[in-house]
Design a protein around this ligand. Sequence first.
Ligand code: HEC
Ligand code: HEC
Ligand code: HEC
Ligand code: HEC
Ligand code: HEC
Length: 279
Amino acid sequence: MPKKKWNKMNLKDSLKFHMPLGRKHLLLFSAVIASAFGLSQALATVGIIADPVIGLNDPIMGSKHDFTGLNERAGVNAMAGVAFSDYGNPCVYCHLPPEEADTDSELLGGIAGWNRFAPAADQYTPYTSPSLDAPLRTPSSISLLCLSCHDGTMAMDMVLFTPGSFRSEDDAAMHMRMNSAKDLDSCGTCHDGEAAHDISPKVLGTDLSDEHPISIQYGGFNWRDRDFKLPLDPAGFSNGVRLYDGNIECASCHDVHNSTNELLLTVRREILCNTCHTK
Ligand code: HEC
Ligand code: HEC
Ligand code: HEC
Ligand code: HEC
Ligand code: HEC
């Protein structure tokens, strides 16, 4: 995988960028974190830290997954502060804030390594078919991360830790779920295709039986299964399609940190399926 821009960014560059006051204290942490970036092993176990300073050049900024300044971007005054809290740090909706880097989020009811409460893993109906080789599993952490918003059951801003700079007085009036229902708990109350764009294509729900299987072992290692190609190594393919502990997950096909392809696909749609499948 090519090194991302923000991994290379140094502190001096990041200072040039205008930041709202609330984010400034985070600068303190960035030097420490920058030095930790070499240690991908540590990142995997401890969790990746949410540092908006280091992340300034990240393609996630301004993307669908940047939940700070959403009102300004959309040219409305409808969302942050009303439908969800704007924590002033775009990274904490997924990653642990720097000051909680060493916390075991799972002990607190969170998804291991991430700053989100864990949805009940047994509520999902997985894909099933008689021709599947690998045993079916409940979604693993990296896919639970995505489902914690995209299944539409939990509020989008339901994070374990808000950043130190967030003041509870700024808490939103409502905490809406990414759900197309028309009620005061759901973004669908506006995002119905009339008042605002229809959010329903982005809501997977808990029935995953019509989605591509996830959290399932990849059969292509050592050409064990000839229906599948041989990956570069257990972490995935040279084109950026990734495997997690040898499994396929949402993040195998989508990269929220890379907006190059439509729908955040890790590679172009035309070559995605044949990266893994031989037929
Ligand atoms: C919508 C959720 C989400 C948001 C918001 C988010 N990230 Fe990530 N981030 C991810 C996922 C998923 C990965 C991939 C983890 C993996 O492959 O193990 C990741 C990976 C990373 C990595 C590891 C780099 C790598 O190549 O694996 C860093 C560093 C990172 N994010 C920093 C940030 C920063 C800084 C921000 C805010 C500007 C941010 N992230 C916002 C979900 C998010
Ligand atoms: C904090 C909540 C949250 C998390 C966590 C999250 N998403 Fe999203 N995602 C959203 C929202 C909100 C949208 C935009 C919905 C809309 O515009 O209708 C979105 C949009 C998307 C889109 C469509 C992008 C486009 O260009 O239309 C994809 C694909 C996606 N997310 C995949 C993922 C994956 C994969 C993960 C896990 C690595 C993930 N998301 C984690 C909230 C989240
Ligand atoms: C009070 C009405 C209202 C509510 C509630 C609301 N939105 Fe919006 N949203 C809008 C309007 C209006 C726009 C701008 C027009 C559009 O994109 O359709 C918008 C735009 C967006 C965009 C596009 C921004 C961009 O940069 O492209 C996203 C993503 C989004 N909303 C997500 C959400 C999510 C997630 C929720 C629930 C947590 C939510 N909204 C709740 C009215 C609302
Ligand atoms: C095997 C690859 C693959 C996996 C695994 C995968 N997706 Fe997708 N996803 C796609 C493709 C391809 C599309 C484009 C739409 C289509 O053709 O179905 C898509 C579309 C989407 C969209 C946008 C739908 C729209 O019409 O705007 C969202 C949101 C999304 N996926 C989220 C997820 C989440 C969350 C997971 C894990 C539960 C996941 N995806 C797992 C390949 C994948
Ligand atoms: C990262 C590797 C990977 C990618 C990319 C991928 N798949 Fe898969 N696919 C798998 C694995 C692993 C299985 C589970 C196979 C098994 O265990 O028998 C699977 C299963 C399937 C199945 C179910 C087969 C059955 O026996 O029921 C279909 C259909 C499928 N994939 C289609 C697609 C399509 C279409 C795309 C592109 C949008 C795609 N796949 C991309 C790895 C991948």
